[in-house]
Design a protein around this ligand. Structure first.
Ligand code: AMP
Ligand code: GLY
Length: 424
């Protein structure tokens, strides 16, 4: 069959890599794709947000099955648009995708269906938000309601920072229309984890627990990024916590959405804080995480095409997820200045000398004058599988040591929290 992968980052390279291993797949298209996947897929220059262009491509190329990487086409109703044309696509429809597209919608669903999350209020008027912040004493998290490329969240330690966030989001409109409404929520303490699940709206098949590294510097210091690295399985999610996440978070959310008349099909990502009171939801995403997808797809043994078809045909109960032994870790190599502004076009060296067991997923790369160069903030995701977490981490960093581009920076402590826990 012919499959299409929408998107062009590291997560999408991992999707293409995984799909290329399916005996069912004869041809892969990626839109827009990236140079790293060009030996496995034909890259077509259509942006992930161009839903009508993507539908036209899928029709013209007679694509049998489409997987979506980023949230934008999902939140814009891409699944609904594909389905209207009789095209098969894995993901939630427009209304269910609001779980990521609107934080106040997500909070409302959680509240109504008893899913543990931070206490919150939403506001469409900045002075009401400010009054509330003063009343609760300042320390809180301020979130733009809509999509803000992962940047619309301010963890405010005091009143000044929280009020500034309201000013930036609602008055200065730093995220445009995404900041018309803000959610102000309780600041949760603990360690973060990501638990993703495949679902057909009824059956929930959770993936191995993973952990991202959001902050740019070692020791979780510095500003938040899209994610500087990830690993799985993450021992912070003990079997007991994992069970709670599945039973008290994932299943009630899927059931709740169904009751609301918007059946959720696809991949559901729960970003969690493991607090002293148990796991609580920080956010839902309606897609694979990036970089969580890189280690998770490295470890997934089951054919992704079989899973995708079972989701669409609502027979996920027939599927049994199988995992490769061991653990996987992904170290993101970023451009100097990221997550702030950065230069592009730096030649990338060392990719022809990568040890066995490592896959280098491309994110922000381009080919210029026949050379591979940097073209984004997150450039590469060096992903290794090992018989345990320690060996996966060692192997990933061994490969990192062979790669270079001007200004390259990366975290040296990917997976260390997991290692500390596995030694307890
Ligand atoms: P979100 O996009 O909602 O996941 O937020 C991005 C990041 O902000 C999360 O990964 C957390 O590190 C942090 N964050 C979000 N909400 C909270 C909260 N209620 N308490 C503490 N940290 C939070
Ligand atoms: N790794 C976080 C995300 O994909 O949103």
């Amino acid at each position: 069959m012919k499959v299409l992968v929408i998107g062009g980052g590291g997560r999408e390279h991992a999707l293409v890599w995984k799909l290329s291993q399916s005996p069912r797949v004869k041809e892969i298209l990626a839109a827009p794709g990236n140079p790293g996947m060009s030996d496995l897929a034909t890259c077509v220059d259509i942006n992930a947000g161009d839903v009508s262009g993507l539908v036209a491509l899928a029709r013209q190329e007679q694509v049998d099955l489409t997987f979506v990487g980023p949230e934008e086409p999902l939140v814009k109703g891409g699944v609904t648009a594909f389905e209207t044309e009789g095209l098969k696509i894995v993901g939630p429809g427009r209304r269910a995708a609001a779980l990521e597209g609107s934080k106040s919608f997500a909070k409302g669903i959680m509240h109504k269906h008893g899913v543990p999350t931070a206490a919150y209020r939403s506001f469409s008027n900045p002075s009401d938000a400010a009054d509330y912040i003063r009343r609760i004493g300042g320390r809180c998290v301020v979130k733009a309601d809509g999509l803000a490329a992962g940047k619309g969240v301010v963890v405010a330690e005091d009143e000044t920072a929280a009020l500034q966030a309201v000013e930036d989001i609602m008055v200065k409109k730093r995220f445009g229309g995404a900041g018309k409404t803000v959610v102000v929520e309780e600041l949760l303490e603990g360690e973060e984890a990501s638990v993703l699940a495949f679902t057909d709206g009824e059956t929930v098949l959770p993936l191995l627990p993973a952990q991202d590294h959001k902050q740019v510097w070692d020791g979780d210091k510095g500003p938040n990024t899209g994610g500087m690295g990830a690993y799985a399985p993450a021992p912070v999610c003990t079997p007991e916590i994992y069970h709670t996440v599945v039973e008290k978070i994932l299943k009630p959310t899927i059931r709740g959405l169904k009751e609301e008349g918007c059946t959720y099909k696809g991949i559901l990502y729960a970003g969690l804080m493991i607090t002293s009171e148990g796991p609580k939801v920080l956010e839902f995403n309606v897609r694979f995480g990036d970089p969580e997808a890189q280690p998770l797809l490295t470890l997934l043994d089951t054919d992704l095409v079989e899973i995708g078809e079972a989701i669409i045909e609502e027979r996920l109960h027939e599927v049994d997820l199988k995992w490769k032994q061991g653990a996987a870790a992904c170290v993101v190599l970023a451009s100097q200045g990221y997550p702030g502004s950065y230069e592009k076009g730096k030649p990338i060296e060392g990719l022809d000398d990568i040890p066995e067991g490592v896959t280098v997923f491309h994110a922000g790369t381009a080919v210029k004058d026949g050379r591979l160069v940097t073209a984004g903030g997150r450039v590469l995701g060096v992903t290794a599988r090992g018989h345990d977490l320690a060996s996966a981490i060692d192997l990933a960093y061994e490969a990192v040591g062979r790669i270079n581009f001007e200004g390259m920076h990366y975290r040296k402590d990917i997976g260390q929290k997991g290692l500390r826990r596995s030694k307890i």
